[in-house]
Write a protein that binds this ligand. Structure first.
Ligand code: NAD
Length: 286
């Protein structure tokens, strides 16, 4: 299939590479020329702009940082795309933006799905992402062969925007777990207990989690190479709190974690991996 791929960053880069490996023809665009050059080294084609990446594509995937970038690119997809085009926006953005993107696509005889992901850079590289899809069932089924290249858990969770709501729930859980793992490390070390050994035990018991599996060693070593940047998690906590407000529910733990992530950013750690929440908990104690 001819696929246009916009946004070739930490996640989009390896996702595009997996589509190429699966035999698809991928024409990509990114504002970063370095990212474009990387796509070409993986066997993809570089486009000079969104219009050229979209022209002639049967499907377009966007993997952009936030709602404003999707708001900027989505109208160009509609303007330059062929009728019937399938637009999979896999960025994590506000649910109402996804609903607007889907409505605009439908007005132009195109199909759009929100399909945000979980699983991090590792999941993107391995093609094992969890993908939560919002949109019409028929369109989700049409997208399944492509999504199956990128992920192993693909769930249709509801109409347009529902994928983003599920992703918001995912992010508040992830943020909360990072906060608690950070507190566990601070407690263990302050008590003179070897944190690495302690977390090994936690990882094998009821407190075990994928975060402990993947991140405990780097957290104890204070290695915070992203991964998933604090800046992006800050954006996601904002999306989660806005979704809670819209749904009329109180999420007190989420609000607390959002403040800790905001503190990480304010302390200058925005470009570090979100496991750098540990730095905030440490700072509270020094
Ligand atoms: P990133 O910053 O590494 O990649 C985004 C890419 O988009 C960059 O290469 C940037 O140059 C490009 N870009 C920005 N504006 C553009 C525009 N107008 N036109 C074309 N290209 C543009 O971010 P990422 O980590 O790959 O995350 C992408 C999305 O996926 C975000 O919404 C993020 O929240 C979500 N996400 C990330 C992870 C993770 O672990 N990194 C996991 C799950 C979901």
């Amino acid at each position: 299939m001819r696929i246009g791929f916009i946004g070739l960053g930490i996640m989009g880069g390896p996702m595009a590479a997996n589509l190429i490996k699966a035999g698809h023809v991928v024409t990509g665009y990114d504002v970063s020329t370095e990212r474009l050059a990387h796509l070409v080294s993986q066997g993809g084609r570089a486009a000079p702009g969104v219009a050229e990446a979209v022209a002639g594509a049967a499907a377009v995937i966007t993997m952009l940082p936030d709602s404003p970038q999707v708001e900027e690119v989505a109208p160009l997809v509609v303007e330059h795309g062929a009728p019937g085009l399938l637009h999979l926006d896999m960025s994590t953005i506000r649910p109402e933006t996804s609903r607007r993107v889907a409505a605009r696509a439908a007005e132009h005889g195109m199909r759009a799905l929100d399909a945000p992901v979980s699983g991090g850079e590792r999941g993107a590289i391995d093609g094992t992402l969890s993908i939560m899809v919002g949109g019409d069932l028929e369109d989700v089924e049409a997208a399944r062969p492509l999504l199956g290249v990128l992920g192993t858990t693909i769930v249709h969770v509801g109409p347009a925007g529902a994928g983003q709501t599920v992703k918001a729930a995912n992010q508040l859980v992830v943020g909360g777990i990072y906060g608690l793992v950070s507190e566990a490390i601070v407690l263990l070390e302050a008590s003179g207990v070897d944190a690495a050994a302690g977390l090994d035990v936690l990882a094998g018991g009821l407190a075990g989690s994928r975060i402990l599996d993947l991140k405990r060693h780097t957290m104890v070593k204070r290695e915070f190479v992203p991964g998933f940047r604090v800046d992006l998690h800050h954006k996601d906590m904002g999306i989660a709190l806005a979704a809670a407000r819209e749904a009329g529910v109180a999420l007190p733990l989420t609000a607390q974690v959002a403040q800790l992530v905001a503190a990480a950013r304010a302390q200058g750690h925005g470009a570090l991996d979100h496991s750098a929440l540990l730095k905030v908990i440490e700072r509270l104690n020094t």
